[in-house]
Design a protein. Structure first.
Length: 155
């Protein structure tokens, strides 16, 4: 089974018909629990229940107040937009990821983040992101995260 990043990479970027924002795009879970449904309404059955506040999610489709989301493992479904937030977060994909003082491998290491930790993204410069988690803040390579695209820039 192809990795979710590989599948998304084959999707042509497009504009969401409801919001006008790009698809696909990353968001995070605002709620501590959210139901992912088979279709875009409360009458559709629940296929998955996400139970991790701030977890990064990728929106791949929109319909009214509903967003089709997938997580890093490809699990997902339709979630009501009120359960999601535009706050950017990412999951650490490398064990004991070094968080640097500056976006440079030679800069001092401020902290380390374990595999699977979720952190808030403060800004990204295309190769590095400044991330905060557990009271620590530092710069980490984009390639070590899920929740941000290679080359993505924002502040």
């Amino acid at each position: 089974m192809p990795e979710i990043r590989e599948v998304i990479a084959t999707m042509a970027p497009r504009e969401g018909p409801v919001t006008g924002f790009p698809l696909p795009r990353y968001v995070s879970m605002k709620a501590s629990e959210g139901n992912a449904r088979r279709g875009p309404s409360r009458s559709h059955r629940i296929d998955w229940v996400f139970q991790r506040r701030n977890m990064p999610m990728m929106i791949v489709a929109e319909h009214g107040h509903w967003r089709r989301v997938v997580d890093r493992d490809g699990a997902g479904g339709w979630m009501h937009y009120s359960l999601l937030s535009g706050v950017r977060t990412a999951i650490v994909e490398v064990d004991m990821l070094e968080m640097h003082q500056r976006p440079d491998l030679e800069s001092p290491v401020r902290a380390q983040a374990e595999l699977g930790v979720i952190g808030r993204l403060e800004e990204c410069n295309g190769a590095w992101c400044q991330m905060s988690t557990g009271g620590h803040r530092g710069w980490v390579p984009i390639s070590a995260l899920w929740g941000v695209e290679p080359g993505e820039v924002f502040d």
